[in-house]
Design a protein around this ligand. Structure first.
Ligand code: 13P
Ligand code: SF4
Length: 361
């Protein structure tokens, strides 16, 4: 258990300097529907970001933040922010006593699988994910009986129990590469039915014969986009580039200029000249690009993930002071090791080389 000193006091100068540091990044955000970022709003949160950064030092903690969480977390207190794959690599490499995972629970579980000696905590244990919550390990064990010859591939948006039943785990940044490289023709891909459809299309495009079967989960954010909006937007905004995530329906991905992980989408927009972009993903990603590439222009289209938005600076501060039992990720060691082998296989196949085994092997 890691403990911390609580009563932080900061001078007016320290608070003002912190607010100015925050403002330099957050002032570019136009997409945030909760508040506008100005010196006043930055002054409000500055004591909290100062306190969190002090608590991190005192307790030897790091904050890993997914790009979908609030920008004051990403630019105020996160040590690393990015997509699921990048954050898994950071968790694996981490030497911290404690990892505060600001994202959703399956991501924190993945961090615990990869960094078992660290105390891994979540700001809010209710931050689930409709994909991870759609399939249990028991249900997957039953499905596997129906497809005994299939390679079992799980999307990282799944529970540790589901990962422990898989041959290989994938993220949206490596799913096509890994599935294309597997020797089996039949693939049991769980838990995202819409991503399974996108994999079918991509394999066909590449001339690779695969029979993809799937369970029935969907992302409650990415399955919501209406493809009619794309045609309307393209008429109104000539030169528009449409960007989407492979958790979207095929009616969206087939009409998009780029489809990829949150990290891939960000890289694409930063590196592409276009008058406007339409981001069919979670709004946090738009805010990140507004901060890091303020010259880019967006037309509305993004949606909010209620689970990612359960993260807040206050909850991060509180979990750093004293985590409640429901905020600490605990895993059975046998299950962890089984889940680890599917993640290690992902690293090996994604990076096309033999990977150093993860801690705890
Ligand atoms: P990425 O791996 O692309 O970050 O996606 C995670 C996610 O939950 C998207 O909804
Ligand atoms: Fe899960 Fe969708 Fe939220 Fe990503 S955006 S965490 S897939 S519910």
């Amino acid at each position: 258990m890691v403990t911390a000193n609580t009563s932080a006091q900061f001078s007016e100068t320290e608070v003002r300097e912190e607010a100015e540091r925050l403002l330099k990044r957050l002032m570019h955000i136009e997409c945030d529907s909760r508040r506008s970022w100005n010196l006043e709003s930055c002054l409000e949160i500055a004591p909290l970001t100062l306190e969190i950064n002090q608590l991190k030092k005192e307790t030897g903690s790091v904050v890993l933040a997914h790009s979908y969480v609030e920008p004051e977390i990403i630019y105020g207190v996160a040590d690393f922010s990015g997509d699921s794959y990048m954050l898994s690599v950071k968790a694996k490499e981490s030497q911290a006593n404690r990892i505060v995972f600001s994202g959703v629970v399956f991501m924190a579980e993945t961090a615990k699988i990869l960094s078992p000696e660290a105390e891994v905590v979540v700001p809010d244990h209710r931050s689930g994910c409709s994909l991870a919550d759609s399939l249990t390990g028991e249900q997957l064990r039953e499905m596997k009986k129906l497809y005994p010859d299939a390679a079992v591939v799980c999307y990282i948006n799944s529970t540790a129990d589901v990962k422990s039943e898989c041959d290989v785990c994938v993220t949206s940044s490596n799913v096509y590469k890994i599935i294309a490289s597997l020797p089996q023709k039949q693939i049991l891909f769980v838990p995202d039915r819409l991503m399974a459809e996108n994999i079918r299309i991509e394999m066909k495009k590449r001339g690779i014969e695969k029979d993809i079967v799937s369970s029935d989960g969907t992302c409650i954010v990415h399955d919501q986009f209406d493809s009619n909006l794309i045609a309307e937007a393209r008429d109104k905004f000539p030169g528009l580039k449409v960007v989407s995530h492979p958790e979207c329906t095929r009616t969206i991905t087939e009409k998009s200029d780029y489809v990829g992980s949150t990290g891939g989408m960000m890289q694409y927009v930063k590196g592409t000249e276009a008058p406007y972009f339409m981001m069919l993903t979670e709004c946090g990603l738009v805010e990140r690009i507004e901060v890091e590439a303020p010259e880019k222009r967006f037309i509305s289209g993004c949606k909010l993930c209620p689970y990612m938005k359960m993260n807040s600076l206050e909850k991060i501060r509180d979990v750093l002071i004293q985590p409640r039992p429901d905020q600490v990720v605990e895993l059975n060691e046998e299950l962890r090791l089984k889940a680890l082998s599917s993640i290690d296989r992902m690293f090996e196949l994604a990076e096309g080389q033999t990977h150093q085994p993860s801690k705890g092997c």
